[in-house]
Each structure stands twice: as C-alpha cells, then as structure tokens.
Write a protein that binds this ligand. Structure first.
Ligand SMILES: Nc1nc2c([nH]c(=O)n2[C@H]2C[C@H](O)[C@@H](COP(=O)(O)OP(=O)(O)OP(=O)(O)O)O2)c(=O)[nH]1
Length: 160
C-alpha cells in the first residue's frame, strides 16, 4: 500500500511502538546524531521502542536517560506519527516535548547531543517527514501524521 488513503489507520496494527522526546529551550532544540540502529546517521530526537508494561511517557523519559544521560521534566504529549513501510515494517510513534531537564547532555554509544536553533534545523539529514510536522511541534500545535515509506523515501503523507 503506497497511498495513505489505502490504509485504514484506525485498524492499523503497527509492528513497533516508539517515542521521541524533544527538549526545547530558548528557540533551541536538543537533537541527537543517532549513532546506531534504525535511522543511524540522521539527526533526530532521543527516543526508542516502548517496552512491555511502561507508558508512552515513561518510555520517552527512559530513552532520553539512556541516550543522553538527562531526565526530561514535566513532558507534554505533542503529537502522533504513524509510519507504514511498503516492505511490511510499521512504526507507531508518540512525540513528547519538555522545556526543562536534569543533568548534562552527554554523548553515549547511541547518540551525540547537539543543540540547533529552530530556524537552522538540519532537515537535509533527517527523516523526510520531519520538515512537515516539526513546525507544528515547535509552535505547540498538536498533530497526527500518517506516512508511507519505501525505505528512506517518503511516498505519501497526510498531516492532521
Ligand atoms: N523524527 C523521526 N523519527 C523517526 C521516524 N521514523 C522512525 O522510526 N523514527 C524514530 C522512532 C524511534 O524513536 C526511532 C527508531 O528507534 P527504534 O528504537 O525503533 O530503533 P533502534 O534501532 O534505535 O532500537 P533501540 O534503540 O530501541 O534498540 O526512530 C521519522 O520518520 N522521523
């Protein structure tokens, strides 16, 4: 299925569930250069797969602790992303934001922390859908995105 309208997103059953955590302070976003795993080499937010028994928010906090050695404070739910890959892979992502955190962002095996001004984001080295929904997230507007991908190539999308 290549078009987002080919998919019944209400009945869609993702193979994976994952989170993203965006720390935003003074018009800057704390991103990572992802060093390994899915999307390695891209800039992204810290995040990763939901583990059994944890909530989305607990996952977003845990992954940020694991990848950057910091603890986001008072995370807010920002949006929902659903990715369908034509090879059968699929990921449901929940996006969180926070303006405060404890600790010092530190490089780990998984991630190198880098602050970017919101007007100078490295979209050329990010997932193709990111420029579509980052502006809403930065503006604090809730969003839901549906996307079809062939590998790294975005085929179709709708943003609600
Ligand atoms: N910004 C953005 N993030 C995406 C896109 N697609 C996608 O999977 N992600 C995120 C969701 C997850 O946080 C991350 C994939 O992480 P993952 O946890 O499934 O994979 P991983 O290989 O890093 O595995 P692990 O850390 O759980 O061991 O990438 C996208 O199009 N844009």
């Amino acid at each position: 299925m290549k078009k987002v309208t080919d998919i019944n997103w209400n009945a869609w059953d993702p193979k994976e569930k994952a989170t993203l955590m965006f720390i935003q302070q003074n018009n800057k976003l704390l991103l990572i250069e992802k060093k390994r795993g899915f999307g390695a080499g891209y800039y992204n937010a810290p995040g990763g797969r939901l583990e059994k028994g944890e909530t989305w928010q607990e996952c977003a906090i845990r992954e940020t602790q694991e990848e950057l050695c910091i603890t986001p404070l008072d995370p807010q739910h920002a949006g929902t992303l659903m990715f369908h890959f034509i090879d059968g892979h699929s990921i449901h992502g929940e996006v969180f934001t926070a303006t405060k955190f404890e600790g010092t962002p530190t490089e780990t095996d998984e991630a190198l922390p880098i602050w970017f001004h919101v007007d100078e984001l490295p979209y050329h080295n990010m997932w193709a859908d990111d420029p579509l929904w980052y502006p809403k997230m930065i503006a604090g507007e809730k969003f839901t995105g549906h996307f079809t991908f062939d590998g790294k190539t975005m085929l179709d999308y709708e943003l609600l």
